[in-house]
Design a protein around this ligand. Structure first.
Ligand SMILES: NC(=O)c1ccc[n+]([C@@H]2O[C@H](COP(=O)([O-])OP(=O)(O)OC[C@H]3O[C@@H](n4cnc5c(N)ncnc54)[C@H](O)[C@@H]3O)[C@@H](O)[C@H]2O)c1
Length: 257
């Protein structure tokens, strides 16, 4: 018996990193998993490898900034599986730039993917979840949706917005048996923070180290996602923090002794 037997889960940004690991875990727990991303070759390979190991997965191309593509993917999911139960809005990008050095275009690129993409995902999924009698939406924010980080102005803006829209969606959708929560990871070992620009910043900056002095693993975030989807039945509009204690206190407080 899997914790997600018979359920259908759509994961944006599922071709690599956290989304890939969530897809693998959800499939192990019995869900039919739909991976959606702009990295088509990688996503097809992940879906094939889930299927090779006894799971059920399919890949669809999805640019989360495109409303029509969200509609096509949700339609395809409902046509294939007859329902949609879980949406993980996981796709995202990070760009390191000071506010004064950023162009409007650079700011909006991050906002479009991280913020508008989540809003469009929820909007596309809601009718299918209502039709299924309920559902679970998990929006990937960040510790950058809880506190500011210099050089991450667009990213922080987008992740605060995700935290806010999650609460509104929870209020609007509770009566339809749809739970909506946000997840706030600290630094997690994926291609995003292995990007040389972000990685060098992480190595130099003690504010990246929390009481648990290491980066997190995508498996640890996936376990949190599974808990929210399968077990957290009385939680909606909530913030699930998974950051090694990074936001428990300031870097100065942590270094006091
Ligand atoms: N890695 C971290 O330290 C960290 C910390 C907190 C939050 N997050 C968030 O976790 C989520 C997953 O990130 P990750 O760490 O796995 O990084 P990642 O870069 O490995 O994965 C992000 C995925 O999103 C996809 N994506 C990007 N733009 C897209 C678009 N327009 N349409 C569809 N897919 C798109 C990418 O192709 C990639 O597969 C992101 O929302 C990120 O902001 C990451």
């Amino acid at each position: 018996m899997g914790k997600l037997d018979g359920q259908v889960a759509l994961i944006s940004g599922g071709s690599r990193g956290q989304g890939e690991v969530q897809g693998r875990l959800f499939a192990q727990e019995g869900a039919s998993v739909v991976l959606a991303d702009v990295l088509d070759a990688e996503g097809e390979l992940v879906a094939a490898s889930i299927n090779d190991t006894g799971g059920d997965a399919v890949y669809h191309h999805l640019d989360v900034t495109e409303q029509s593509q969200w509609a096509s993917v949700v339609d395809a999911v409902v046509e294939q599986y007859g329902r949609l139960d879980i949406l993980i809005n996981n796709a995202g990008i990070a760009r390191l730039k000071l506010i004064e050095d950023s162009s409007l275009q650079e700011y909006l690129e991050v906002i479009q993917i991280n913020q508008v993409g989540v809003w469009l995902g929820m909007q596309a999924a809601i009718p299918a979840m209502k039709a299924a009698g309920g559902g679970c939406i998990i929006n990937t924010s960040s510790t950058a949706g809880l506190e500011g980080y210099p050089g991450l102005g667009a990213y922080v803006s987008s992740k605060f917005a995700v935290r806010g829209m999650t609460k509104v969606a929870a209020q609007e959708l509770g009566r339809f048996n749809i739970r909506v929560n946000s997840v706030h990871p600290g630094p997690i070992d994926t291609p995003m923070i292995r990007d040389p620009q972000i990685a060098s910043r992480a190595a130099d900056d003690t504010s990246f180290n929390g009481p648990i002095p290491r980066v997190g693993r995508p498996e640890e975030v996936a376990a949190m996602m599974l808990f929210i989807a399968a077990d957290a039945t009385y939680s909606t509009g909530s913030e699930f923090v998974i950051d090694g204690g990074l936001t428990a206190g300031s870097a100065l407080t942590r270094q006091a002794d």
